[in-house]
Design a protein around this ligand. Structure first.
Ligand code: IPM
Ligand code: MN
Length: 361
């Protein structure tokens, strides 16, 4: 039996999670596997109820599960809070650190026959693209200490963060990235800002050193500013992109929009034991909340990643992906993917995908 802790959270989180449940119920109907799910409060919703974004009961539920399916947290209602109390930091970043989820996988795919969804010109996008971002998730400037404020002169406050990486942190994520590259096109581009930052100089050194153990894999380095350009100029040149935490955050959002919408990008955050937290990369999108307009695809693809990486059920994962692809090919689009005139609701999209899955499985 597989146990999944479900944490829908804030904003569009609960709506898109409802669609993921439809997929889970199809899988249980068609396959003889037992999946036990239990839902827990997290984020702003939990702050309102219990005065903490990550109640003890939620953390315990996650610890007792094999994987976490996460929606999104945060919104304008909780923006007044101090940074460390905000839902994003006190629940999501806390969970990443607590479970040692140093690997963040964000596959960004643009299918050849759906390339009209991309904002890029046809001549650039004609070949589609299939990029696997591997983002280091529990180090760098997000977590480096010290961070804080110097309030000595109220007229001129200063604030600071520390961009720090150790050899071991870089080694761990690089090794994982090279192993993934072996299963793909054997090409890695590593991102840094080694013309300016000390932490990036070390990043480049260590990645280069790790590459010696993987002679079949071709490694190139790109400065992050150049990478932002290359992604728009010709995304098809990339296969695996390895990034430090902050650069990975930024480039994966850029790449998400190149696939058509932020609502298309799933993510898996894993530790060594393949325990994982699976979430859409797009966030809580409070402006879309309760309108039945959000795109549930990133949430459903995150569930597909859960089956692949935590449960090792690759066939189910592939079937979910194919059901999504088929639904798009049939011409069903949510608002973000449409011309603004013809589109289906969040719930219709989820229903169509689950109907297709029922046929495929
Ligand atoms: C993401 C998000 C998070 C991040 C936020 C919500 C803390 O943007 O998963 O990309 O910056 O990592
Ligand atoms: Mn982000």
């Amino acid at each position: 039996m597989y146990k999944i802790a479900i944490l829908p959270g804030d904003g569009i989180g609960p709506e898109i999670m409802t669609e993921a449940y439809k997929i889970l119920s199809v899988i249980q109907k068609k396959k003889k596997i037992k999946i036990y799910t239990k839902e827990f409060d997290v984020g702003g919703k939990a702050i309102d109820k219990y005065n903490t974004a990550l109640p003890k009961n939620t953390l315990k539920g996650c610890q007792e599960s094999d994987a976490i399916l996460f929606g999104a947290v945060g919104g304008p209602k909780w923006n007044y809070l101090l940074p460390e109390k905000k839902p994003e930091i006190s629940s999501l970043l806390f969970l990443r650190k607590f479970f040692n989820l140093f690997i963040n996988l964000r596959p960004a795919k643009l299918y050849k026959n759906l390339n009209n969804l991309s904002p890029l010109k046809e001549k650039i996008i004609k070949n589609g693209f299939d990029i696997l971002f591997i983002r280091e998730l529990i180090g760098g400037i997000y977590f480096g200490l010290p961070k804080g404020r110097n309030n000595l002169n109220p007229e001129n406050i200063s604030a600071f963060d520390t961009a720090i990486y150790s050899t071991n942190e870089i080694k761990k994520i690089s090794k994982f990235a090279f192993k993934q590259a072996l299963k793909r096109k054997k090409k890695i581009v590593s991102i840094d800002k080694a013309n300016v930052l000390e932490s990036s100089i070390l990043w480049r050194e260590v990645v280069t050193k790790v590459s010696k153990d993987f002679p079949e894999v071709q490694l190139t380095h790109l400065y992050v500013d150049n990478a932002a350009i290359q992604l728009i100029k010709d995304p098809s040149q990339f296969d695996v992109i390895l990034c430090p935490n902050l650069f990975g955050d930024i480039l994966t959002d850029e790449c998400a929009i190149l696939t058509g919408s932020l609502g298309m990008l799933p993510s898996a955050s894993l530790n060594k034991k393949k325990f994982g937290l699976y979430e859409p990369a797009g966030g809580s999108a409070p402006e879309l909340q309760n309108k039945n307009l959000a795109n549930p695809i990133a949430q459903i693809l995150s569930l597909a990643m859960l089956f692949k990486y935590s449960f090792n059920l690759t066939n189910i994962s592939l079937a979910i992906e194919n059901a999504i692809l088929l639904t798009l090919k049939q011409g069903y689009f949510t608002q973000d993917l449409s011309n603004g005139l013809n589109f289906v609701t969040t719930s219709t999209m989820g229903t169509k995908i689950s109907e297709n899955l029922l046929k495929i499985l």
